[in-house]
Design a protein around this ligand. Structure first.
Ligand code: HEC
Length: 157
């Protein structure tokens, strides 16, 4: 004898529907969280924003990294501001751009652009810690001349 079709014939079982409902709810909550998430506390505006676009215009990222992203010829700049302090960084930039130390080219920028680049790097520093880096400039200089293949890993700075 054929069984009469049950009311929910063709419908997935309740547990599947509940699971689906939970997933849909999670998705909805996640979506709300993503779209209401406040951006990082540091807002790039004014000088810092101008510095960011100068950084791109002059292609600094082809050699330098921010949070490890960028070229690897020069050092990561995420936290250079902390390393030198804002004023120290300004003069370091002035020196680096004006004299092209090591493999960095001379990049001719007016003083107000150096101010903007400094403001941008100071703002970047405030967003967090980029990556482990060699803290002292003299170490940096030594490190660049070292043949790393001959340095055992436990002696890395
Ligand atoms: C062709 C690659 C290259 C480009 C392009 C470049 N740099 Fe550099 N930069 C370097 C190298 C290499 C060093 C390390 C120099 C040394 O030996 O002291 C350096 C050093 C620096 C330093 C000092 C970092 C420290 O830890 O003391 C700053 C700041 C800096 N660059 C900023 C910039 C900015 C801003 C730009 C873009 C306007 C830029 N650089 C473009 C290669 C580059």
């Amino acid at each position: 004898m054929r069984q009469a079709p049950s009311i929910n014939a063709g419908m997935p079982p309740v547990w599947k529907m509940s699971l689906m409902a939970v997933l849909v709810l999670c998705f909805a909550v996640q979506t709300v969280l993503v779209y209401t998430d406040r951006p990082s506390a540091v807002r790039l505006e004014g000088e810092a924003l101008r510095g960011a676009s100068l950084y791109q215009q002059h292609n600094c990222q082809s050699c330098h990294q921010i949070y490890g992203f960028g070229g690897f010829l020069g050092p990561d700049l995420t936290n250079v501001a902390k390393m030198y302090g804002p004023r120290g960084l300004r003069s370091r930039l002035d020196y680096a751009l004006g004299s092209g130390p090591g493999q960095m080219p001379i990049i001719d920028v007016p003083p107000e652009d150096i101010d903007a680049l400094t403001a941008w790097l100071v703002a970047m520093d405030e967003t967090g810690t980029g990556q482990a880096r060699i803290e002292r400039p003299d170490n940096l200089r030594i490190a660049q001349k070292l043949d790393w293949s001959r340095v055992p890993w436990w002696e890395y700075p």
